[in-house]
Design a protein around this ligand. Sequence first.
Ligand SMILES: CC(C)CCNC(=O)Cn1cc(-c2ccc3c(-c4nc5ccccc5[nH]4)n[nH]c3c2)cn1
Length: 264
Amino acid sequence: LHLGMFEIGKPLGKGKFGRVYLAKERSSGFVCALKVLHKSELQQGGVQKQVRREIEIQSNLRHPNVLRLYGHFHDSKRIFLILEFAGRGELYKHLRKEHRFPEWKAAQYIAQMAAALKYLHKKHVMHRDIKPENILVGIHGEIKISDFGWSVHAPNNRRQTMCGTLDYLPPEMLAHGSKDNYYSEKVDLWSLGVLMYEFLVGEAPFEDTPVMTQRRITRADMSVPSFVSSEAKDLIKKLLVLDPAKRIPLEEIQRHPWIVKHCE
Ligand SMILES: CC(C)CCNC(=O)Cn1cc(-c2ccc3c(-c4nc5ccccc5[nH]4)n[nH]c3c2)cn1
């Protein structure tokens, strides 16, 4: 594996720790997204061990709704990640353009997210930092979750908050004031509820000033507009539950009437 075997195309995105380019593997014609990380920047950010761990984890993940990491290689200065190319790009751009998704589309996306999370949790991988900015869309309209922890930074209309948006943080990660305290994979159920709300309403349920957002999250203080169907509202209410143990489990999401109705 080395850079010469790839023909580099247009930039696909840029961020804090790296740029991503459309790339084609010369001999096979295989199209991928080639991400370039500079070792010096990783050192400065103190994240090189984390990146090695993430590469190890993601190389072993195989699911239609989880973005593939096919391989990686490096030269003296850079690390190259061979990532799956998602033919329809970033989900948040579609969401911004359409303002909000029709219920059938939101239900299909949530069903795919639940399937991806079920797969990740089974492999004891969690907290994939669920938010629209971390989701790509494949050529057949299927969603691909990725962990952009390293990259989201580009100025365009991603949520402009300091260290990434608070909107998706569950109460148990705010309560003790630090992100490092113990959390279980139930955090992903809360974030899935926030994602579902944003798909259907066009804005996050606790969107406010940073201080107010934290207060509203810890009180689960949100209201669902009347144009949202009662079945959808029922599922949102079963995900945005303060007590992690009381959130609807992934298996039950896939059997929920709102999902079944739109995913026959
Ligand atoms: C440490 C390492 C294991 C982390 C691995 N994960 C990432 O690097 C997360 N990441 C994925 C990307 C990314 C960004 C854009 C794309 C695209 C893509 N397809 C597009 C189609 C049209 C317009 C833009 C597009 N971007 N496909 N695959 C991508 C992958 C950027 N960062």
